[in-house]
Design a protein around this ligand. Structure first.
Ligand SMILES: [Zn+2]
Length: 419
């Protein structure tokens, strides 16, 4: 066991994180159960009591499930930090893959894949029990397991060159590697945004260009009206795995795609889908994607800065049972850092979610301005919430911490206010 002031500090942060997660979950569950007997005022027209109660039960089940997942993650994080099993795993894999740049990168990717095995039973249970019980699961065992294998192949193929590049820079430029490493990661990330819809998404889903017809005409008309360069509109077979519905943008610049889930097209009217697209165009017009990338870039740079500082010391790695020579110390550093840091980044999440909720309001207001009326957006949002059994009455503290989108009530009142 590695129990010293460093491991104790990080375990304290992780315990605090777990404790706050549990408290927030309890507060939220109690709050939603209090509202179980009556549909919130103003929503009686679009959701009946049984569906509303089903949405409460769904939220409650998800919350109980996340508590178990959080406990499991906490348990393993403490084991990894204090038991010395990570240095053991690292030394076995390093002997196998060797200490070349590629060997070190392969060790890191393999450890990450092995660690992710721990969460597979939970993913499986979520899909085939939790989601199934509420009528959302459409996936099969074959789809579930082939998704996993494809995911691991993709992370190996893309993870290996990125990590190798960073290890190379680490060895070549001992003082400035963290700046170059950061620039490399950001560059790869931008490339990934471009190739994701072209290469990776099609591995998992079938994308079909949206057929000619009223829906396509209306969407193109809207794109022209808002001077939004639209490349392609696709429908995606989201129904292959789940009954949940969604729409999203992917790619950047010339490579931008709009993807509509087939489930969304089934559930919404043409007006509602057009309103959803207007909201998405709002994100583009307000440059939210760029802001998001800048914030992410700053956070990643801070991470690299911390790694650089820690790479200059011995105490950090030694506290966790590693005795790597400087040349080979980056991979153990990343390993420990990525586990330990979650006890700190957890506290930044509410700030990022606050920014995201602000962006959602702005995109809604943009859609309102373009459409001239709030109704299609509101009825689209209501359907999304009803069909996905989203919770209508979360506790304000819970939403402040976790919600990247304002609640339906908040969005509706903001849309009606500015009418
Ligand atoms: Zn949005």
């Amino acid at each position: 066991m590695w129990v010293n002031s460093v491991t104790k500090t990080f375990v304290l942060f992780l315990s605090l994180k777990f404790l706050i997660e549990e408290i927030l979950s309890k507060i939220n569950s109690r709050h939603i159960l209090k509202h179980r007997e009556q549909v919130p005022h103003g929503f009686e027209q679009f959701i009946d009591l049984p569906t509303y109660q089903k949405s409460i039960d769904y939220t409650f089940s998800k919350s109980k499930f996340s508590s178990i997942c959080n406990g499991w993650t906490f348990f393993w994080d403490v084991i990894f930090l204090c038991s010395g099993c990570l240095p053991f795993l690292f030394s076995i894999l390093s002997k196998y893959f060797g200490f070349t740049i590629w060997g070190q990168a392969a060790t890191l990717v393999t450890v990450n894949i092995l660690l992710s095995f721990l969460s597979i039973p939970f993913g499986w249970w979520r899909q085939f029990h939790l989601e199934k019980n509420f009528g959302f699961n459409r996936s099969t065992q074959t789809i579930f397991w082939t998704d996993k294998i494809k995911g691991y192949i993709v992370s190996f193929l893309f993870g290996l060159p990125i990590i190798s590049a960073v290890v190379y820079l680490f060895q070549k430029f001992p003082n400035s590697w963290w700046i170059w490493g950061w620039a490399t990661v950001m560059f790869f990330q931008t490339v990934m945004i471009v190739i994701y819809p072209l290469l990776i998404l099609p591995l998992f889903n079938k994308l079909t260009p949206l057929g000619d017809g009223e829906l396509k005409d209306r969407l193109l008309e809207l794109a022209q009206l808002t001077n939004f360069p639209i490349n392609k509109i696709y429908t995606m077979d989201g129904s292959k795995r789940s009954a949940h519905s969604n729409a999203f943008f992917t790619g950047i610049g010339k490579f931008r795609h709009i993807v509509l889930y087939d489930t969304l097209i089934q559930q919404m009217t043409i007006e509602e889908i057009t309103a959803t697209l207007a909201h998405e165009i709002g994100h583009y017009k307000h440059q939210h994607i760029r802001t998001h990338l800048i914030v992410e870039g700053i956070c990643t740079l801070c991470g690299f800065g911390m790694l650089y500082y820690l790479s200059l010391t011995n105490w950090f790695l030694e506290s966790f049972g590693f005795y790597a020579a400087y040349e080979y110390s980056l991979i153990p550093l990343i390993l420990i850092f990525s586990i330990a840091i979650t006890g700190i980044t957890f506290w930044i999440e509410p700030l990022l979610n606050f920014l995201s909720r602000k962006h959602e309001y702005e995109a809604d207001q943009f859609a309102l301005k373009i459409l001239g009326e709030p109704e299609p957006l509101i009825s689209g949002l209501r359907k999304l919430h009803r069909e996905n059994l989203s919770n209508l009455t979360p506790h304000p503290l819970f939403t402040a911490f976790y919600y990247s989108h304002p609640t339906l009530l908040e969005r509706e009142s903001a849309l009606r206010e500015k009418k």
